[in-house]
Design a protein around this ligand. Structure first.
Ligand code: BTN
Length: 269
């Protein structure tokens, strides 16, 4: 007999209106990391849209291999994608995931959230979601892309380590009630699939629209920031995104710096 959580996942699948995203869900009460499990099943041939979902992660990972705290009550999942796109376009998937996240939060809770380059969703300046996109390519061809999402939903702030508590928020903390996680996930899969299908059908046409929508929902553009990359630290104005989703920083001498990956710290509120 299936347990309660499996029944919940089955209900989610029955009510889901997507063609591919979430039509196969691999559910785990506890797992080390959904991204690691998704990599394993992707290597074994899992189809596009397969989702690995866990109630808790014991070894959740964030960007730059940081620890991602994943207590019970949150939504920790990874989507496996097999798009026929150039690897250089992969960062656009992080941007469209962020847009799908913001739209989902607004439609299911009415809360306003913002995007912080490259991969955060925030509410009132506090992180509510992180996105970890990992690309595996061979000979300039995408084999698969893993989109890992960590949403703080009904998890408790007191379950986070002390130094994180002032930097993060959860949907239920903002709303003062518990959120229907199933409804939230369903909405997210539908928002995501809609944007993703448009993107893979005609990347060149849709990329400018994604960039524009992302910038409108972002609180990064127009700010003075410090960006720390593996090699350097740059301070300047976050001017715009370029076609590949890289952040363009204008320094005091008006030089434009193109940042593909890094941490972005706001220097003013
Ligand atoms: C970040 O902001 O640094 C990205 C965090 C991504 C966390 C999610 S939770 C589900 C998936 N599995 C992981 O181990 N990480 C991602």
């Amino acid at each position: 007999m299936s347990n309660i959580k499996e029944q919940t996942i089955n209900k989610l699948k029955t009510e889901l209106k997507t063609k591919s995203i979430g039509q196969v869900i691999k559910y785990y009460p506890t797992i080390s990391s959904t991204n690691e499990e998704a990599r394993r099943v992707a290597e074994l041939g899992a189809i596009e849209g397969t989702v690995v979902f866990a109630d808790m992660q014991s070894g959740g990972r964030g960007r730059r291999n940081r620890v991602w705290e994943s207590p019970v009550g949150g939504i920790w999942l990874t989507i496996i994608l097999r798009p026929k796109i150039a690897p250089v376009h992969a960062p656009i998937i992080t941007l469209l995931t962020g847009i799908a996240g913001v739209n989902t939060i607004s439609k299911t809770t009415n809360l306003n959230s913002t995007l912080k380059w490259p991969n955060d969703i925030r509410i009132n300046g506090k992180k509510v979601c992180g996105i970890l996109t990992e690309l595996t390519a061979e000979h300039d061809k995408v084999s698969y892309i893993l989109v890992g999402l960590g949403f703080n939903v009904n998890n408790k702030i007191s379950d986070f380590t002390k130094d994180l508590r002032s930097k993060v928020t959860t949907l239920s903390k903002e709303l003062k009630y518990m959120v229907d996680r199933n409804q939230f996930i369903r909405q997210f899969f539908e928002e995501f699939e809609n944007l993703y299908f448009k993107f893979i059908q005609d990347p060149e046409r849709i990329i400018p629209k994604i960039l524009k929508t992302w910038c409108q929902a972002s609180d990064t553009i127009g700010r003075t920031v410090r960006v720390e990359t593996i090699n350097e630290t740059i301070i300047g104005l976050a001017a715009r995104l370029d076609r590949d989703g890289a952040l363009i920083i204008k320094t005091i001498n008006s030089k434009e710096n193109r940042i593909i990956a890094g941490d972005c710290i706001y220097l003013e509120q």
